[in-house]
Unconditional design. Sequence first.
Length: 173
Amino acid sequence: MVFQSPVLLRWRTVINNVLFPAEAVGKRDQTMRRRALELLKLVDLEGFEDKYPHELSGGMAQRVSLARALLLDPEILLMDEPFGALDALTRDELGIELLRIWQERPKTVLFVTHSISESVLLADRVVVMTARPGRLALEMAVDLPRPRTVRMRTLPAFGEMVADLQEAMGLTA
């Protein structure tokens, strides 16, 4: 699970934050440490293993959270607005980074976001929920080609999907 806030333990280094799930299940060993180092390289944080959370930017802290979530190689990755608290540039950068990681290590990802364009950029399928009670309101396949880039936002097909979702949600003027 990757939360909106990184939820890192401030007294632990980056590597020890990533290794926390292994400790929790009694699997902290050299194999897990190698995997943690591999994941830090994957999320572009090689060389930051001995840093503490206060020494990281918000985007870097979210990358640590992502590496930690991947450590035990889950079948499903749950991400609850993981980029919501970040500035627009970092949000885009991490979205593209997530797509790159997904290309290298495919997983089922349930990604919660309030950003329609972010959902279209990242997803193969967008599901819209209603307000209370939460019910499935709409499901839309996203058939944009891969690999995806932020430049895809300029494609007519991208704009049409965003507009269709906005219309289905009653957000049109």
